[in-house]
Write a protein that binds this ligand. Structure first.
Ligand SMILES: Cc1cc2nc3c(=O)[nH]c(=O)nc-3n(C[C@H](O)[C@H](O)[C@H](O)COP(=O)(O)O)c2cc1C
Length: 246
């Protein structure tokens, strides 16, 4: 195996300094840089080297069109919920705003997973000054997901349905390389499960083979100085994930 000059301490520092970025500058990302990052991502391991994933890259007007449609659906869903049973009935009849995802996205988190997810949500809202019970503030913060947090590049990841969870595992290895490479290029990323909510809106813009399913998306761009980017989710100690022996 070829040797790397990177020391273990340098790697630890670099890996720990990557953070999910939730506010971006509009500065475009040159295509050569996107290609370099994707090339780094392709060095990730993959089951039998099958690479059972495909990536859709949205920039410019395509990115704006997708964002506008996702925001519209998000707002339609919220408006329907606010109108009580009438709104819900209308949404059920028209279908507009209802999730159209290829995978089930919202699942209840059990036990300790719920606590962790609550802590990250509370930390994030606290960092941006959204109080508990401020539904409008939370909606506005959630809506930013569908604006790709202002990023000029949106990525969507599709996996081959035949390989089940192993295709999702492979694309996530690819994505970890992608996010670290972006970080090395001075770019920021945020993996976003919610970008899988309306797969049909993304399919409208790309020639996606029927056997490929949208699993999640990602925003990519240059991080801004916004306070949200100072938030750092807690880094759990390894003891929290190690299994005790019997
Ligand atoms: C598959 C996946 C989906 C995610 N979905 C979202 C999302 O929809 N919106 C969001 O703001 N962050 C999302 N995140 C980012 C996580 O909240 C973040 O990685 C976690 O809190 C740890 O923080 P860090 O990335 O800064 O280390 C997602 C991360 C992953 C890996």
């Amino acid at each position: 195996m070829p040797k790397s000059n990177l020391t273990a301490a340098q790697f630890s520092k670099f890996a720990a300094s990557r953070r999910s970025v939730r506010d971006f500058l509009p500065t475009p990302v040159p295509q050569e840089i996107i290609d370099e990052i994707l090339t780094d991502a392709m060095t990730a391991p993959s089951w039998s080297n099958t690479r059972p994933y495909m990536v859709a890259i949205a920039t410019g007007e395509r990115r704006d069109r997708i964002s506008a449609e996702l925001v519209k659906r998000f707002d339609a869903g919220n408006a329907a919920r606010r109108k009580g049973w009438r709104g819900k009935l209308k949404m059920a009849l028209t279908g507009y705003g209802l999730p159209k995802s290829d995978f089930r996205i919202w699942r209840p988190y059990p036990g300790v997973l719920k606590e962790r997810s609550y802590r990250v949500g509370a930390g994030l809202y606290n960092a941006i000054g959204v109080q508990r019970g401020d539904a409008a503030g939370r909606d506005a913060s959630m809506r930013r997901n569908f604006e790709f947090f202002g990023a000029p590049v949106a990525l969507f990841f599709f996996v081959h349905k035949a390989l089940g969870e192993y295709s999702v595992s492979d694309v996530s290895l690819f994505n970890q390389n992608l996010m670290l490479s972006a970080h090395a290029h001075g770019l920021g990323t945020c993996a976003q499960g919610v970008l899988g909510l309306w797969a049909d809106a993304v399919r409208e813009e790309f020639a996606v083979p029927a056997e490929y399913k949208l699993v999640y998306g990602m925003s990519l761009g240059y991080p801004s100085e916004h306070v949200v980017n100072q938030f750092g989710a807690e880094r759990l100690p390894i003891a929290d994930i190690l299994l005790p022996t019997k």
